[in-house]
Design a protein. Structure first.
Length: 299
């Protein structure tokens, strides 16, 4: 192997050491697993075109470059979007078995971000999202973020501060204890499977919000929809009880959720927010095209 090949192999190994971190950055920036993978791959291509002798901190360089790539994608989305973000949109979920056997894999997801927060991040302006994600979630200094958004460090700090307030005010609180989440979710499943409308209403918060994203091609009662209030959400749960009957409990990002699989194919993924003894938010991804890209977790 030539010295040039040795250098390329070493660079590839060093890049792989940072891949998990970069995918986490891109996922929080984009809310899409496939776009996050594409952004990280683009970061690798840009690294290959760069004189690495000028890079003092490879991890920091890769983080800001990945952020810049994601920012360009977000700005492009905003430019194409004629309407405000559809309130039925649900970001790609990260699905894991309920009991993760690999401690190293579990550690990788210890700082997982919830679906509810990803929904809020979608409402931020691209520059706000970058400043918040890089600084608040990954401790990147404002001096390093400022050149990416082409602002001063002080202005970049204000972007993050504005985003922080919006995230804090809009992200619903959620029960952190998985055992308590399990109790509430089991009560919901039992009521839906048993057709017990009153029990469903009892486990739902009076102001519960259901957000169902079925994609652009699915129409009718199975199409994308947003419902508010315990009774409308309970009626919907009764209507789609067959999916609950086929569902199993999994980890969806940082919390418990339900995965419905029929004939080996994912039909829906539901994430919930739980406060006390009630479900306060339900986020259902049922878009066939996007579900096809999700990896089915092992039992």
């Amino acid at each position: 192997m030539s010295p040039v090949d040795d250098d390329k192999e070493l660079l590839a190994e060093r890049f792989e050491e940072h891949r998990g971190h970069l995918e986490a950055v891109a996922y929080r920036m984009l809310g899409s697993l496939t776009e996050a993978e594409d952004a990280v791959q683009e970061a690798w291509l840009r690294l290959g075109r760069t004189d690495t002798g000028d890079i003092g901190n490879l991890g920091g360089w890769l983080t800001t470059v990945t952020g810049r790539i994601c920012l360009d994608l977000l700005r492009s989305r905003t430019a194409r979007r004629e309407q405000p973000m559809d309130e039925t949109f649900v970001p790609d979920p990260v699905i894991r078995p309920l009991f993760q056997a690999d401690p190293e894999q579990e550690a990788l997801h210890a700082d997982s971000v919830g679906v509810a927060m990803l929904v809020v991040l979608e409402t931020l302006e691209p520059d706000e999202r970058l400043a918040f994600v890089l600084h608040d979630m990954f401790a990147v200094p404002f001096d390093d973020i400022a050149p990416v958004v082409e602002r001063s460090s002080a202005a970049t700090r204000q972007l993050a501060s504005r985003a922080r307030r919006r995230v804090r005010d809009a992200t619903p609180s959620s029960e952190p204890d998985l055992g308590r989440q399990k109790q509430v979710l089991e009560a919901f499943m039992a009521a839906a499977r048993g057709g017990d409308f009153e029990a469903l209403v009892a486990v739902l918060h009076p102001d519960v919000v259901l957000r169902a994203d079925a994609g652009a091609l699915v129409r009718g009662v199975a199409g994308s929809n947003t419902l508010r209030g315990a009774k409308p959400v309970a009626e919907s749960a009764m209507m789609f009880a067959r999916y609950t009957a086929a569902a199993r409990m999994v980890l969806v990002n940082e919390a418990l959720g339900l995965l419905s699989v029929v004939d080996g194919r994912i039909r829906s993924v539901m994430s919930v927010t739980i406060t006390g003894h009630h479900i306060t938010g339900m986020y259902i991804l049922a878009d066939p095209d996007r579900l096809a890209h999700l990896e089915l977790p092992k039992d």
